[in-house]
Design a protein around this ligand. Structure first.
Ligand code: CQA
Length: 335
């Protein structure tokens, strides 16, 4: 074990000072992630769902079917976002947008169409930052199938937010952005505050940074408050809510607007022993790969009990409805 740890440390430190991008940094990243997963397997029997992208995508798709996550975002985009977008741009005929963690782009395209409605005739430069090549491919397919997007120039950045930040600094980019959005992604960066501050620093006059995360009032917050040490793989993802973001901004005396989006998730199937879909939803809730098969019976029982507790869910008509409320934070350019 000693030998393993020192080899790991050596490998980790070894190729670090390399510049961003390119073959060596990619190799380094994959070496890191391989060793990381070996370490995970040795340290605990619980593996992160994030380490198995195909199961993550299956769980995520089922979550979208069982929850109002995307619908409540769409409602916000169509009802509240237009007023926010109206105030950006300062009268310019060209707008720069950055989507951080854009996924397959469905939500991005809805925001872009609201942007166009508020600023008819503008052209848009849209930087898409997304580490998954599959998701980026899906986004490109969506764009190719949707007519009327000629006013947008898409720049594809297959990388993490952190890599994008490093690139931006290395290339000494001076381009400013009018609208930046980070939807359900700040869990996956090392330092959410630093990432927020970096992207805020890219805002042009009247620019806006939009952040969406689960709300501090959601069932997620209660689940994490009770089980974060046993569930959260803090190396991969963090248990951060908009309540944490608000405290961060308050501590820096930064002003922001915030919105609460009610959202539900039907988790009834989780309570049927051996139910395949229930198990997939439990994986999504705990972010543990094969939670039902790999967690101790005490942990499983505790999590299931908390999930149906009134702190997290309401029960009606035989259904268990988990509180999936989202929070939106809108930050202005630093003045
Ligand atoms: C990976 C990791 C996270 C993903 C993903 C792929 C993700 C969405 C899609 N693909 Cl490898 N994250 C996501 C999506 C929705 C959502 C949350 C994360 O509500 C929030 N989590 C904590 C509340 C859910 C586990």
């Amino acid at each position: 074990m000693d030998c393993f740890w020192s080899t790991w440390a050596l490998l980790k430190e070894g190729g670090r000072p390399s510049p961003v991008g390119g073959f060596y940094s990619r190799l380094q990243t994959s070496t890191d992630s391989l060793l990381h997963h070996i370490l995970l397997a040795m340290a605990s029997s619980l593996m992160s769902l994030v380490s198995d992208d195909s199961r993550y995508q299956k769980a995520f798709q089922l979550f979208l079917e069982r929850s109002s996550e995307h619908q409540c975002m769409r409602d916000f985009i169509h009802n509240m976002l237009p007023d926010i977008l109206a105030s950006i741009g300062n009268g310019k005929s060209h707008l720069n947008v950055i989507g951080v963690g854009s996924g397959a782009g469905e939500i991005d395209l809805e925001m872009l169409s609201e942007l166009r409605l508020k600023h008819p005739g503008v052209t848009v430069d849209n930087e898409v930052v997304e580490p998954s090549s599959t998701q980026l491919h899906n986004y490109k397919v969506l764009v190719s199938q949707k007519p009327g997007l000629d006013y947008i120039k898409f720049n594809w950045n297959q990388m993490t937010a952190t890599e994008f930040e490093e690139n931006w600094k290395v290339k000494k980019m001076t381009k400013k952005a009018d609208f930046i959005h980070m939807i359900q992604m700040l869990y996956y960066v090392k330092d959410p505050g630093a990432t927020m501050s970096f992207f805020q620093s890219l805002l042009d006059k009247n620019g806006k940074l939009l952040i969406i995360l689960v709300s501090g009032e959601s069932g997620w917050e209660k689940l994490w408050r009770t089980y974060r040490n046993q569930l959260c793989n803090t190396e991969i993802s963090q248990c951060v809510t908009t309540a944490d973001i608000k405290s961060f901004l308050d501590s820096k005396a930064l002003s922001y607007q915030s919105y609460e989006l009610p959202s539900q998730m039907d988790i009834t199937e989780c309570f049927t022993d051996g139910d395949e879909k229930g198990e997939l939803l439990l994986d999504f809730l705990t972010e543990v790969l094969d939670f039902s098969k790999t967690a101790s019976s005490e942990l499983k029982a505790g999590v299931l009990e908390l999930l149906r507790h009134p702190d997290c869910s309401v029960e009606s008509n035989g259904k268990v409805i988990f509180n999936n409320n989202l929070g939106v934070i809108v930050i202005d350019q630093l003045t």
